[in-house]
Design a protein around this ligand. Structure first.
Ligand code: SF4
Length: 212
């Protein structure tokens, strides 16, 4: 069985200590991004199953259309593993990394984002969580990853510092705990709310008016 890369299909697996939850049911890495963007968005999507599209979602899906196939290619000295399934039993998170590049024996997780560089720390948490999964699967230390931002067509290196690792683990735990708690109130962030596809369901501005 590969240590990473092949999506597992079965629901339960036998371990020395007994049956354990299948990684398919761990917190998806993509929802960690939603959590960092807005806890209410995370709750609406992950807990209540609400989905809605806007131009940002459609564009993001469009940009991913060419990288949604698992496979291995080589460019010069770099081996590129596309669409790699990873998970962490310790953190109970799982998901698909857009690509993992292998250079000189080093693994570099890579995510593609439609936005501009440095806009949201949520991208860093998602990538760092993916790296933590990859480290657990391979036993290798992953010092950094990269995010390709389509809007300025540049790659941003993301160093997995002790601080980022700790913040990521805290975000994972907080998101997992949020599942059993009441729905969070809307955030006070006009820019994020205007860009959010769930605005019509969440009604943040109407709720703010009601509260004032
Ligand atoms: S509209 Fe604003 S408060 Fe509501 S889910 Fe989206 S980002 Fe969060």
């Amino acid at each position: 069985m590969p240590e990473w890369g092949e999506k597992r299909q079965w629901e339960w697996e036998w371990y020395d200590e007994g049956y354990k939850m299948n990684p398919e049911y761990y917190l998806p890495l993509s929802y960690l991004n939603a959590w960092e963007y807005c806890p209410r968005r995370f709750y609406l999507e992950y807990v209540l199953g609400e989905m809605a599209e806007n131009e940002h979602i459609v564009l993001g899906n469009h940009l991913h259309r060419n990288i949604n196939e698992a496979g291995v290619t080589q460019e010069g000295d770099t081996v590129i593993h596309q669409q790699q399934w990873v998970w962490s039993d310790r953190l109970q998170v799982s998901g698909v990394i857009d690509a993992v590049e292998e250079r000189s024996g080093e693994l570099i997780p890579l995510e593609y984002k439609k936005g501009k560089m440095g806009r949201h720390l949520s991208d860093h948490f998602q990538l760092c969580a993916a790296a933590l999964c990859l480290e657990e699967r391979t036993g290798k230390t992953i010092p950094q990853g990269e995010i390709f931002y389509h809007a300025n067509r540049r790659r941003q290196p993301v160093v997995f510092s002790p601080e980022l690792r700790q913040m990521t683990e805290e975000a994972i735990l907080a998101a997992q705990l949020a599942e059993s708690r009441p729905m969070p109130a809307p955030i006070d962030h006009k820019t994020k709310c205007h860009a959010c596809s769930l605005q019509g369901i969440c009604l943040p501005f109407e709720m703010k008016q009601l509260r004032s």
